[in-house]
Design a protein around this ligand. Sequence first.
Ligand code: 13P
Length: 252
Amino acid sequence: MTRQKFVAGNWKMNGSLQANAALLQAICRALATDPPVCRVAVAVPAPYLAQARQLLEGSVVELGAQDVSRHEQGAYTGEVSAAMLGDFAVRHCLVGHSERRQYHGETDAVVAAKAQRLLAHGITPIVCVGETLAEREAAQTQAVVARQLGAVLDQVGADAERIIVAYEPVWAIGTGRTASPQEAQQVHAGVRAQLAAVSALAAQVPVLYGGSMNAGNAAELLAQPDIDGGLIGGAALKAPDFLKIISAARIQ
Ligand code: 13P
């Protein structure tokens, strides 16, 4: 079975009403005349969900969010619940991005709880996993990734087949230093095996690569057998670059 590729942009804390409109209009216009063969999504900052939802109406581009509260509702100032994301027709939400783990102290348990909360609201968690440079140098890559993914799989049980995984080596994020296609493939194969141990359907969930993926290196990464797409940071903020990555997913 060939898995459909999936290209998602993670805008992180970037954008403005004006910039978002220009970016999404350019992407939607291009994809309307030249429809993608892959799925395309953007994960926008929470305040712009309403705007993005409106701009994406009638487009193939799917709406995503970047984070969610692990709590259902209540006295959690500043948090955004899965139900609120659902109100804006959000289809996917990142959990466990390394910037959340690193700067906001999110543990594997917190990430797993967030994934479960999203699933309960019919939103697909894009579970981010990845090792730091120190962990890679200590030959801990597979162990770290397996631990991070394992925490989520243990929590969600049979719903594992409803998640998306993104392997993002921390040392490759925003650094211009990409994992080589072979390095990435090796980790992706490990992720695939871990998913396959849950069920045959879980083995088919998309496993995306993220970390300095750009218009120049996307095709080679996407050609790897276990790389099902990309989670794009910086290059997702420029319509021509993002569109080139989407095109690269076409020629596999
Ligand atoms: P860059 O593409 O900017 O390296 O960011 C990757 C990322 O963190 C996507 O979630």
